[in-house]
Design a protein around this ligand. Sequence first.
Ligand SMILES: C[S@@+](CC[C@H](N)C(=O)[O-])C[C@H]1O[C@@H](n2cnc3c(N)ncnc32)[C@H](O)[C@@H]1O
Length: 196
Amino acid sequence: MSHYFENDINLKSNVRELSYKYNSSFFTFLSDNGVFSKKNIDYGSKLLLETYLKEDNINNIKVLDVGCGYGFLGIVISVITSSYVDMVDVNKRAVHLTKRNIKKYESFKGNTFVSDAYSEIKNKYNVVITNPPIRVGKIKLLEILEGAFEHLEKNGTLYFVIRKDQGALSIKKILEEKHKVEIINKDKGYFILKVK
Ligand SMILES: C[S@@+](CC[C@H](N)C(=O)[O-])C[C@H]1O[C@@H](n2cnc3c(N)ncnc32)[C@H](O)[C@@H]1O
């Protein structure tokens, strides 16, 4: 069986449209077989997004969404906060969907491209945001989380979501060795962490 983060070119396409409303803004996203949360927008992603959108100083900044899937987090963030958002994923189909989804939003500023974690990232950002892949294992997960600090401006912030049963507290402890880590929201077993 293939995983959502693998590039399985033999997987039959079955494009569907998902919708999301934030205050008075209405969004739609094309999703497909072979990408994460293809049938519904993930609850953890929504909690991460809605928690992030309540933070201070998030307008007109530079944001990187790592593991963007079909572009849910990055597209909404760019449209709502007028930020420049780059979105990367190792999964080519996810990046292809994100490209199609971006086209629907004239006010979107940013780009999307294939990257294994930060391998293709040349810029620095004020924020790195991620609903990280868990099934890739702890080493890759920490590469994505710890690696954010090489691509953040001074005083930049990492935001991510992780479930308690996926090891939220042990990951928090590891990050605390080098960083200031806060749990800024939790619901239904999902923790939203802010790392400086
Ligand atoms: C939990 S999903 C989140 C997807 C999307 N951000 C959302 O909220 O719906 C994690 C994403 O990370 C991607 N991914 C897995 N390994 C990766 C890697 N090494 N580098 C970049 N992205 C990766 C997967 O393909 C998947 O799209």
